[in-house]
Design a protein around this ligand. Structure first.
Ligand code: TNX
Length: 574
């Protein structure tokens, strides 16, 4: 869904309400604040180990990203048993109701499947409006409710649990899906186990009332499949991790100097030659149209929009190796290119041949991509005169717009941003770099995604001795990833221009899914919380306490993670 932003006044009013609600909810955090002091610590003490996580039902104050409001109930908990059913309510009346009902049912099936694996219970999905039939357990109920307040938006939901039922209501299937992710976190960590749990775990959900919707419409993560290729199944694994934290955009960096990863039928050499290698000289790979569409489908099922990136005019060594006629600057064209230097390549910025090429690529990507965005890259071009670079970006943007998509560009494309051009700028140089251009572009109506490299680049090392990753933007520990505000990091941007955050994971030094996990977890949840939760909920001390409990969930799921000493992992975990 394209970005919409609410008016400033509405947002301010909403924040005041949220602040009040959170001040009340904060009382419930008290017990978890016992370890460590306020502010940044944890590293210094070599990693405080917390006692094993509290037993019994998890309360709503453990959720990541922190919901807008959580009110703990006083009644008994809901227990999932062999008799529990997942019930889906009737869709609300208007056009497209049938399609909505199919999507709601799909959300219910995904939830039921996720719960069947660890519990071994049948958890059948049943349809039916109104209350449960007399004598039937009410169970877990998912229901569209178009009458919910408008500010609930497309992704908000309300989750209430008592001893009779867990009810999730939302205006859209996406909202229901986000609510089911909260429900997973309300259950014990073993719920993430991929096989049946036989240790007598009590599958209870504490009585609670949660009202939730996101701060920003765009919450993304990027995967660079160009420097190292990742198979469709590996990308699905990445999506699984993002979906847990309510991330709603998957940006795929599909092309770079080292490899081209998407088939374009009109340009076969891109995959015959350009996909044959990767950093380090291993074979590489590419996605067929069917592979790509399967990734898109899997993402859609989890309500993530895929944003494909074709990075031009620079980062184009694989293009030049495949189609040398697109090289008019006589760049060196090492092939295979297995190193990690950037900035040395460019396609010819002018002439019919290059725009025929970009036209073919844009047409194929637009055809395969249901989402509204097409990322055109535009970063780090050292070989072109500014005027040639601008003209190139302008013309490719126009092709993207003509193909019905919104062009997204790295912040270097700011001069081409605005009506009819780049609509969304990804601001990586956000510590003051390119500030004037980005501000002016925002003044012309371009929206901004915040990806400050020193905070969100998940390929940066956690500390200088960390074996994986790079450090050109500094080191990024969990505290740094968490402790900033997307709205105010760059004070020069006009109010309302920031529509979200994105965490890029570049893969020059990362060659396996295990490497990706170590860089992603536990930093992704930090960025996800900045994107979803209201600013008033951001509190490092409470966050690291909540994060500590995720370790056991990742272990149950078989996900790797970096056990940073900033986070007080329970002594029982690992
Ligand atoms: C910068 S900043 C890049 C990528 C590299 C990354 C490594 C930007 C848009 N591009 O080409 O992979 O640094 O951290």
């Amino acid at each position: 869904m394209p970005i919409r932003t609410s008016g400033l006044a509405a947002r301010t009013r909403r924040l005041l309400v949220i602040a009040a609600v959170l001040a009340l909810a904060a009382a419930g955090f008290g017990v978890h604040r016992a370890i460590g002091g306020a502010g940044r610590d944890g590293d210094a003490d070599g990693g405080a180990a917390a006692p094993a996580a509290a037993r019994g039902p998890r309360t709503g104050d453990r959720i990541i990203p922190a919901p807008l409001s959580v009110a703990a109930g006083s009644g008994p908990a809901f227990r999932i048993s062999e008799r529990t059913v997942v019930r889906v309510g009737a869709a609300g009346g208007s056009g497209g109701a049938e399609e909505q009902a199919v999507r709601v049912r799909a959300v219910a099936e995904q939830l039921a499947e996720a719960l069947r694996r660890p519990t071994g219970f049948p958890l059948t999905v049943e349809a039916g409006a109104g209350a449960a039939p007399a004598g039937a357990a009410e169970g877990i109920r998912l229901e569209l409710d178009p009458a919910m307040p408008e500010e609930t938006g497309d992704e908000g939901y309300r989750l209430t649990a008592d001893s009779a039922a867990v009810r999730i209501a939302a205006r859209t299937p996406a909202g229901l899906y986000r609510g089911t992710q909260t429900l997973r976190q309300l259950l014990p960590p073993q719920v993430e186990s991929r096989s049946r749990v036989t240790d007598g775990t009590d599958w209870t959900v504490a009585s609670v009332d949660i009202d939730d919707h996101p701060r920003y419409a765009y919450r993304g993560a990027m995967l660079d499949v160009a420097r190292h290729f990742f198979t469709p199944d590996e990308v699905k694994g990445y999506i699984d991790r993002l979906a847990l934290y309510k991330v709603n955009h998957l940006h795929l960096h599909l092309t770079d100097d080292q490899g081209w990863r998407i088939a374009v039928p009109a340009r076969p050499a891109l995959t015959e030659i350009g996909a044959s290698s990767e950093v380090g000289g291993t074979p590489g790979g590419f996605y067929t149209a069917a592979d790509y569409q399967e990734i898109v489908r899997y993402a859609q099922e989890r309500f993530l929009t895929v944003v494909p990136e074709i990075d031009l005019p620079g980062h184009s060594n694989a293009v030049l190796a495949s189609y040398p006629e697109l090289d008019c600057t006589r760049s060196a064209r090492p092939w295979p290119y297995t190193g990690i230097e950037v900035g040395f390549s460019t396609v010819c910025p002018t002439g019919d041949a290059v725009f025929a090429f970009t036209g073919d690529v844009v047409a194929e990507l637009a055809r395969l991509t249901p989402g509204p965005y097409l990322h055109i890259g535009g970063d780090e071009v050292k070989k072109l005169a500014p005027a040639d670079y601008q003209e190139f970006v302008r013309r490719v943007s126009a092709q993207v717009v003509a193909a019905g998509k919104i062009p997204v560009g790295w912040n270097q494309t700011a001069a081409a941003a605005g009506p009819g051009g780049v609509g969304l700028l990804q601001y990586w140089d956000a510590n003051g770099g390119h500030e004037q251009e980005v501000r002016e572009a925002a003044g012309r109506g371009a929206k901004v995604i915040m990806s400050p490299a020193g905070r969100t680049y998940l390929d940066m090392k956690y500390d200088s001795s960390y074996p994986l990753g790079l450090r050109w933007a500094g080191t990024v520990d969990v505290w740094s990833a968490y402790s900033w505000d997307p709205d105010t990091l760059n004070a020069a941007l006009p109010a309302g221009s920031v529509v979200g955050v994105e965490a890029p994971l570049w893969t020059e030094t990362l060659s396996s899914p295990a490497d990706l996990d170590l860089m992603l977890l536990p930093r992704l949840p930090a960025i996800a919380e900045l994107g979803w939760s209201p600013k008033t909920a951001h509190d490092w001390e409470r966050f690291r306490q909540r994060l500590a409990e995720e370790g056991a969930r990742w272990e149950a799921a078989g996900f790797g993670y970096e056990k940073r000493s900033e986070v007080p992992w329970p002594v029982t975990a690992r």
